[in-house]
Write a new protein. Structure first.
Length: 368
């Protein structure tokens, strides 16, 4: 920018010099004639060359100084920009380094979680291999049922018992001794797993899954029938029993898609429950037991208050009698006090008579 301005000034100066030279030539031509024109032009040319040389020298010097100053400013600005860029780069590098460190930490946590998931998957596979056996499934259901009973009722064995033998020699997983009108309720655990897994296996064909569904429904109906026949005994248990399914998925499958099984269970007075619904049912029964216990103690308190009221009425009657007796005694005391006052006055009167007689006798003696 500075160079362009200086060049423009140079052109202006050269133009002005040309005009001056033209004017000088005209003046010289008029005054001295043509003879002196050549000489004067030579001098003028020499002066102009000298002035132009001096001007170029000054212009070059000034241009060099301006260029040096401009270059110095540019260098300072570049250094400042370089410092800012380095500062931003350092800041961004620190942020990137922190982000990278956080990513590494998160990757480590994800890796640890993945290991736990892999371990859990192995445990689930081992659990599935254990549950393929009917006996182990039965034990799993019994243990699950007992844990639910303990979580609701605690260690209070008077409310429930496990592995109870009934009068018909049938062994039930648990018996709940609820008060009337509920009565004694039998709870038995069933785990129809094989056909459920087959009917939910999408790798099998539809006909195979349909056969598995029929087999599953047949298994559940047989369980309902067995519980109704073995664990509902007139005079010993209530007229209903509970079928406990340890797997929540099987319970949800029956409630969502197999209403005929629910109707069959309802007709036979057998209630199908899963872990969640059984816990809710037992919790409700526990609340009923607590309310009945509270009502029982409230009745005891009411009876005791009634007895206390009777005793207080007796106490009031006796106090009234005593009060009347005290009033009678008080009246007698007053009467006795009046009589005492009268007797005291009589004695005073008698004493006064004696004193008078003594005085009279004394006077008689004095007169004699």
């Amino acid at each position: 920018m500075i160079m362009e301005v200086n060049q423009m000034e140079l052109y202006i100066v050269i133009g002005l010099l040309g005009i001056v030279i033209a004017l000088i030539i005209i003046v010289l031509t008029r005054n001295n004639g043509e003879a002196n024109i050549t000489e004067r032009l030579g001098k003028l040319e020499t002066n102009m060359v000298k002035e132009i040389g001096d001007f170029k020298s000054d212009f070059a010097k000034n241009l060099g100084d301006d260029f040096d100053k401009f270059n110095e400013k540019i260098e300072k600005r570049l250094l400042l920009i370089n410092d800012k860029v380095n500062e931003k780069l350092d800041e961004n590098f620190q942020k990137a380094n922190k982000t990278f460190s956080d990513v590494l930490v998160r990757l480590a946590k994800i890796d640890e979680a993945q290991k736990k998931i892999d371990g859990l998957g192995a445990e689930i596979v081992s659990l599935q291999s254990v549950l393929t056996d009917k006996k182990t499934r039965g034990i799993f259901g019994e243990v699950n049922l007992e844990l639910i009973l303990k979580s609701v009722f605690g260690e209070e064995q008077s409310v429930y018992k496990t592995q109870v033998k009934l009068s018909n020699n049938a062994m039930v997983d648990a018996v709940l001794y609820a008060p009337a009108p509920l009565g004694t309720i039998c709870i038995d655990s069933k785990f129809p797993l094989e056909n459920y897994e087959r009917m939910t296996d999408r790798n099998l064909s539809k006909p195979e899954r349909d056969l598995a569904i029929k087999a599953f429904k047949s298994d559940v109906k047989n369980h309902i029938k067995a519980i109704s026949e073995k664990y509902i005994i007139t005079g010993e248990t209530t007229d209903q029993a509970i079928l406990f399914l340890p797997a929540e998925a099987i319970f949800a499958e029956i409630n969502a898609y197999h209403h005929d099984l629910l109707q069959d269970a309802f007709a036979k007075r057998v209630w199908i429950t899963g872990p969640t619904t059984l816990m809710s049912t037992l919790t409700m029964i526990q609340m009923i037991l607590k309310n009945m216990e509270r009502d029982k103690y409230a009745q005891v308190i009411h009876d005791e208050l009634a007895k206390l009221s009777d005793e207080f009425n007796k106490y009031r009657d006796r106090w009234d009698k005593l009060s009347r007796s005290i009033d009678t005694v008080n009246k007698d005391v007053k009467d006795i006090h009046v009589t005492t006052e009268k007797i005291s006055k009589r004695f005073d009167s008698i004493n006064n008579v004696k004193e008078i007689k003594k005085e009279d006798k004394k006077k008689e003696l004095q007169e004699v």
